[in-house]
Design a protein around this ligand. Structure first.
Ligand code: MTE
Ligand code: HPA
Ligand code: MOS
Length: 753
């Protein structure tokens, strides 16, 4: 089934926050943000701004009726700065005017003087100075100390990865208006409607029951709107609440880039130990997470770094620890992969290091260390349904690795200034929120008296196609045509206490709740049909093709007749479904448990060509074998693979978030921040479905697909590194594991000694 939003998107009729027709009297908000990264506010004068034509009021933290607090996990982040600022771009004031231009002009009439304090942008420096956002954690299995004593080969080094701008097409924004009885309604571009509701209630000092959050869809979230949609929603709510008028705040691109957090940059140290056969027997890593100025989602992101620190490899002795370092950058946040990619980059670097020194191919070390069923992850979960090796072997069968390697060698021998390289990248990613309590969901289904169906869930559509999948489920369960089903907006009044749409688990969680709701309604209908037709209770009833087939009856009933019949008998044709992922648990003291419903596996083979005169590179091909389970929508899933892959390649190669040492974002616009375009995507992407059908924890056995493919992009880094070494064998010394691998870095490595 085609994505139900496709037509709207290409014809421009899909509605985003900024497309909602505004009501008369709507006020517009511009945010006045910190012009330095760290300091004490000594003087702040906005009287001139407030007197300008069209300006209604300037809000400071003093105008907040409830709490000036938006921290999600840890209460460490004010909505509006009070006495100090901690990052460049931190919101201080809200200028409210009758139109955006007036608000914008008034920004320039605000006078602020700040006594600057020392700025930290580097997590290792923060670590040394004892600046932490949250507790350090260690995952451990076996005994690395002993194992390193026995290891034949030991390699140590460091690996750093950079930040990443989400660059959702739709910038952050919200539109709020007062409703009756002291309540308020907010349209927010958020992955977490409940989080917005909770934050607004706290900031306004009112009950959550007075706050209705509605989300039609997002023009992309990628994690950037899991928690960081809340401040803009809270600001519009604040203005609307105090002034009793509709209020709107939609950030411009440069404001969004400056004021919001990004993927966490990490600096990391590793130590890897191998035996004589190149089995990895011990691995240690220390991760320094650059969290920015407030905790935001950093504790959870850091946890996932530890969960995925050994990627797809079976290593008996592991000790990985992580520190959540506080710096003067905007609070960094969720980004596709959620800390996993940062962890995987480090072990891939360690393996690369070992391969260089041992003069063997990376893939030979990777292949022999892939995990198998029965292996126990350092965090205690036992590997089941493992497809690491099946994916690898399937890929090798389709694209013989040795043959490709030979072709590359031949090519490199015959070309002086063009060099090719290749890399394999296996991925193993855990599905479930690592915080067990978040793994639950609900769905609300109404069957109307004309037989059509309305579906509400807690899932937010952000381009990943979850609404299409929800629609498929309802259509399948009732045996109706897709045109009979309507996917409603995501709304906190209809479906409450939801977890954000994140962790790639949205379809599983909401789909299973939806299944439950449909089953309840079907059970009532079945019951009615058994009684009415004198059938045995338990006789099979199938809903298919708009008809209802009953075991023991020759003719099926027509769906609409069954519906009318049920209503005539006063049967409830609405249901609320609920789902809570079974079996999962995790003990954060012991750091052991079974946190994931299941794991997703896959392997990618990336080939690149480096232009050794210019330092530029082209991605020739990426071949992927991915474990989709039994995909319920191959087109949507394929889109996730390709989009995730390209986003990962961008992170690893060209996207460079640059701050100067004063904490000012230099890559603050699309002229200075480069994301993959049509010319930089791989010339060929071949995705092969590894069909498996053993996973009952996935909705219809269709495994989660949102985040895992991003990590295939890590292969691009190592493929480029290999091509560089083909040109300059001395390059390793000058080619630290430091992503992104921009053309500048490539050029320097090509000609470094
Ligand atoms: N795909 C699109 N088109 N837009 C997005 O914002 N977000 C990604 C991924 N794929 C995203 C996307 C992220 S970060 C996650 S966690 C998942 O989708 C969330 O959706 P899911 O749980 O339905 O996979
Ligand atoms: N993944 C994504 N988002 C989250 C998680 C997670 O594991 N935990 C909390 N938010
Ligand atoms: Mo995705 S980073 O879990 O929103």
């Amino acid at each position: 089934m085609a994505n139900i939003d496709a037509f709207g998107h290409v014809t421009g009729t899909s509605i985003y926050v900024d497309d909602i027709p505004v009501m008369q009297g709507t006020l517009f908000i511009k945010v006045f943000d910190a012009p330095v990264a760290h300091g004490v506010i000594e003087a702040l004068d906005y009287s001139e701004a407030e007197e300008m034509e069209g300006v209604v009021k300037v809000f400071s933290y003093k105008d907040i009726p409830g709490e000036n607090q938006i921290g999600g996990i840890i209460a460490d982040e004010p909505l509006l700065a009070e006495k100090e600022v901690h990052f460049w771009g931190q919101p201080i004031l809200l200028v409210v005017a009758e139109n955006e231009i007036a608000a914008e002009e008034a920004l320039h009439k605000i006078h602020i003087s700040i006594k600057e304090l020392p700025v930290i942008t580097d997590p290792k420096e923060a670590f040394l100075k004892g600046k932490f956002l949250h507790n350090s954690r260690t995952f451990e299995s076996g005994n690395t100390e002993n194992a390193f004593r026995e290891a034949r080969y030991i390699f140590e080094g460091s690996a750093d990865s950079g930040g990443q701008e989400h660059l959702y097409l739709e910038t952050q924004g919200a539109y709020a208006y007062p409703m009756e009885h002291g309540s308020i309604k907010i349209h927010s571009s958020t992955q977490g409607p409940t989080q917005v509701q909770r934050t607004v209630a706290k900031v306004l000092g009112i009950g959550m029951n007075k706050v209705e959050v509605d989300v039609a869809r997002l023009g992309g979230g990628f994690g950037g709107k899991e928690d960081q949609a809340s401040p803009w929603a809270a600001m519009t709510a604040l203005v609307s609440w105090v002034l009793k008028k509709p209020a709107k705040c939609v950030l411009h691109r440069m404001e969004d880039m400056r004021m919001t957090g990004k993927r966490h940059p990490y600096r990391s140290d590793y130590k890897i130990g191998l035996d004589k056969d190149f089995n990895i027997i011990a691995y240690e890593a220390t991760f320094f997470q650059n969290g920015g100025a407030a905790a935001d989602l950093s504790p959870a992101v850091m946890e996932r770094t530890l969960f995925h620190a050994t990627n797809s490899y079976q290593i008996p002795h592991v000790k990985v620890q992580a520190h959540g370092c506080k710096t003067n950058l905007p609070p960094n946040t969720a980004f596709r992969g959620f800390g996993g990619p940062q962890g995987m980059f480090v072990i891939e670097s360690a393996i690369d290091h070992a391969a260089q020194k041992l003069k063997v191919s990376r893939e030979s070390i990777q292949a022999r260390n892939l995990m198998e069923n029965g292996y126990q992850f350092p965090y205690g979960q036992i590997v089941e349904g493992c497809e690491a090796r099946t994916c690898w072997e399937e890929l090798n069968a389709k694209y013989p690795i040795e043959g490709i390697r030979k072709d590359i060698l031949t090519f490199n021998e015959n070309h002086a200034f063009l060099k090719k390289g290749m890399a394999l990248m296996p991925v193993c990613f855990g599905i479930s929120f690592t915080n067990t309590m978040m793994n639950h969901s609900r769905a609300l289904v109404h069957v109307y008296s004309d037989g059509t169906v309305g579906v509400s869930t807690g899932a937010v559509e952000m381009g990943q196609g979850v609404n299409t999948k929800m629609l498929q489920i309802a259509a399948q369960e009732f045996g109706l045509d897709a045109s009979q089903i309507k996917l409603e907006t995501t709304n906190t009044t209809r479906v409450a206490n939801t977890s954000p749409s994140a962790a790639s688990a949205t379809s599983d969680l909401n789909g299973k709740a939806l299944l439950d709701a449909c089953s309840q309604i079907k059970a009532r209908l079945k019951n009615m049909l058994w009684v009415k037709n004198d059938l045995e209770a338990g006789a099979e009833v199938r809903f298919e093709g708009g008809k209802v087939w009953m075991e023991g009856m020759e003719e099926p009933a027509i769906w609409i007749d069954v519906v009318l019949d049920a209503l005539a008998r006063r049967i409830n044709l609405s249901a609320k479904g609920h789902y809570a992922t079974p079996k999962i648990h995790f003990d954060k003291i012991k750091e052991k448990g079974h946190p994931f419903a299941y794991h997703v596996y896959g392997t990618a083979l990336t080939t690149v060509t480096v232009d050794c005169i210019r330092g530029t590179y082209e991605l020739e091909a990426v071949h992927i074998v991915h474990d989709f389970g039994t995909s319920m929508n191959r087109l949507v899933d394929l889109g996730q693979i390709e989009g995730g892959l390209v986003q990962g390649i961008g992170w690893m190669t060209m996207e460079e978030v640059a701050y100067n040492n004063k904490g000012r974002l230099l890559s603050n616009a699309l002229s200075t921040y480069k994301i993959p375009d049509i010319y930089s995507v791989p010339k060929e992407i071949n995705t092969h479905f590894l069909p498996t059908d053993n996973n009952n924890m996935a909705i219809y056995k269709s495994k989660a697909v949102g985040e895992p493919p991003l990590m295939y992009g890590i292969g691009a880094f190592f493929a480029i590194a290999e091509a560089i070494r083909a040109f300059n064998p001395d390059a390793p010394l000058h080619l630290p594991y430091c992503a992104p691998m921009t053309p500048e870095k490539v050029l320097m490595a090509l000609y470094g000694e």
